[in-house]
Design a protein around this ligand. Structure first.
Ligand SMILES: [Cu+2]
Length: 145
């Protein structure tokens, strides 16, 4: 119930924020966690900066595997991940995907992701259209996704 209420508030906020100003989106610091032997999923992180009007990230695809947006939250001391249908990017804001928070899940990886290699991502925004991003693969500690 709390989630539904929060989502409703978010949708309302994004409607109110809608103006004639076009969004101005840039995506930086994209990286993907390197896989451990036998691991077929990973997560990608990046920072979306918006210097214009409100937009939303609606989907992501990658040739590396099946990409989907997830949110993470602590519930009773357990980290839970949930699929996210869209990620709102409010006007004049910066939205960060980072370990322990919102992330891009990569499942069914076709090949292991080695430290130093790169993974292409195609981000689709509701208003700004598609953006190509290259994420660097980094070996990172055992923190949660
Ligand atoms: Cu996830």
């Amino acid at each position: 119930m709390r989630t539904a209420a929060a989502l409703a508030a978010l949708l309302l906020a994004s409607c109110n924020a809608q103006t004639a100003t076009a969004p101005s989106i840039s995506v930086d610091n994209a990286w993907v966690r390197a896989t451990l032997p036998g691991q077929t999923s990973s997560a990608a992180y990046f920072v979306i900066a918006n210097a214009g009007g409100a937009d939303a990230l609606v989907s992501v695809t990658s040739p590396a595997g099946d990409a989907s947006l997830h949110s993470s939250s602590m519930e009773g001391g357990v980290m839970r991940m949930r699929p996210l249908e869209r990620l709102e990017v409010p006007a004049s804001s910066t939205v960060s995907l980072s370990p322990g928070g919102t992330h891009l899940m990569l499942m069914g990886l076709k090949a292991p992701l080695a430290d130093g290699s790169s993974v292409p991502l195609e981000l689709s925004f509701a208003k700004s259209g598609k953006k190509q991003v290259v994420a660097t693969v980094r070996a990172a500690g055992g923190e949660s996704m």
